[in-house]
Design a protein around this ligand. Structure first.
Ligand code: NAD
Ligand code: IPM
Ligand code: MN
Length: 374
């Protein structure tokens, strides 16, 4: 019997709606295989935590995350706690990432199902075959450098800072991720080395590390401005692992995420160590999108990104590889109309009318079949 502790941070807006569908995956796995138990611990985080306690990341929430095997998150934020509020939910996100040392953020952008090709904002022939894994450094750079809020003279600054060791550890994650595929994926390191000192350090560090430790991998370097152009005119050119610093990764991952259909489809993992098939890596797993205030409370959010985040949690943080693959298969079957008698389901963001809960029901039914036949 194995029991896994998972802290669940549902958060704000659509967070609770999509998280409640993703956690059903754990219940189903235990039902089919009673020797696997999940202890789900709900904690306040984000705007709801500000309202209840005055701070976005209460200490008991942080402690619960620290003592868990993994964290599943929805999303936080909303107009109630906007940019002019003195205490903002987003401060909780940065504090959580830093406190848990979640330096490696994996954001894959690939088609969950070929049946979604019709929803890409690009021409289908441009988007087809996009399979870019964005690897974003998450605890450094301009997000955490020296900062001054606007003073009386209307002057403010943010500073981008990186150390060689910070670049090396994220570059190692990119290499190990690339090597976990057969054949290994190419690594595209993205920077702005023609202007920024941190980018010149980044490029030199990555080049030297790969020459010494990963000579077998294909590595190239691209400027972030031209990489953003390739994402819309030839995204397959970035297929493989696209490695970049924090702010570049924030921007390019939203851009990449819409190519395979919609923001609500995509999962992410933020890890505190190099992932490997043979060991469990602590991490926080969440959909890429935010709290979607424009559709919150209507029961129409797309739960796929959160359900697939639960799959990444099972794979990276619990080492439950077969169960993770079963969840991914179940989602694909529900999305892919060819597989379940012409009844592929679509939430509103994909032009359909399936409600969040209905979509969850279908995934759980397919998951039962996938687990029983595994
Ligand atoms: P957003 O991602 O919340 O929404 C952008 C658009 O995508 C909206 O039209 C929304 O309806 C749609 N969308 C997003 N997820 C969806 C889903 N699962 N199903 C259907 N549609 C979906 O971005 P925003 O509006 O810029 O930000 C809203 C709030 O979320 C802000 O406070 C922001 O700081 C916060 N945010 C939080 C996280 C996080 O918790 N990790 C990430 C991004 C943004
Ligand atoms: C994300 C979000 C966060 C970020 C915000 C909400 C702090 O946009 O996870 O991409 O900028 O990292
Ligand atoms: Mn973002």
């Amino acid at each position: 019997m194995s029991t896994y502790n998972i802290t669940v941070l549902a958060g704000d807006g659509i967070g609770p709606e999509v998280v409640s569908q993703a956690t059903r995956v754990f219940d189903k796995i235990s039902q089919v295989n009673p020797s696997i138990k999940f202890n789900l611990i709900d904690k306040l985080f984000g705007g709801c935590a500000i309202d209840a306690t005055g701070e976005p990341l209460p200490s008991d929430t942080l402690e619960s995350c620290r003592s868990s095997d993994a964290v599943l998150m929805g999303s936080v934020g909303g107009p109630k706690w906007g940019p002019s509020s003195p205490i903002r939910p987003e401060q909780g996100i940065l504090a959580l990432r830093k406190s848990l040392n979640l330096f490696a953020n994996i954001r894959p952008a690939s088609f969950a199902s070929d049946s979604l090709l019709a929803f890409t904002p690009l021409k289908e022939e441009v988007a087809i075959g996009t399979d870019v894994i964005i690897l974003r450094e998450l605890t450094g750079g301009i997000y955490f450098g020296k900062r001054q809020e606007a003073d009386a003279n209307g002057y403010a600054f943010d500073t981008m800072e990186y150390s060689k060791s910070e670049v090396e550890r994220i570059a190692r994650v990119a290499a190990e991720l690339a090597l976990s595929y057969n054949p290994p994926l190419p690594v595209h390191s993205i920077d702005k080395a023609n202007v920024l000192a941190t980018s010149r350090l980044w490029r030199k560090t990555v080049t030297e590390l790969y020459a010494k430790e990963y000579p077998q991998l294909s590595l190239d370097h691209q400027y972030v401005d031209s990489a953003s152009m390739f994402l819309v005119n030839n995204p397959r050119r970035l297929n493989g692992v696209a490695l970049m610093e924090n702010l570049f990764g924030d921007i390019l991952s939203d851009e990449a995420s819409v190519i395979p259909g919609a923001l609500g489809l995509l999962p992410s993992s933020s890890l505190s160590a190099v992932p490997s098939k043979d060991k469990r890596t602590f991490g926080l797993h969440e959909p890429i999108g935010g709290s979607a205030p424009d559709i919150a409370g209507q029961g129409i959010a797309n739960p796929v990104g959160t359900i697939l985040s639960a799959a990444l949690l099972l794979r990276y943080s619990l080492g439950l590889h077969a169960e993770a693959a079963a969840v991914e298969l179940a989602v694909r079957r529900v999305l892919d109309d060819k597989q379940i008698g012409g009844h592929g389901l679509r939430t509103g963001d994909l032009g359909g009318s399936t409600k969040t809960v209905e979509f969850g029901n279908a995934v759980i039914e397919e998951l039962g079949k996938a687990l029983n036949s595994a």
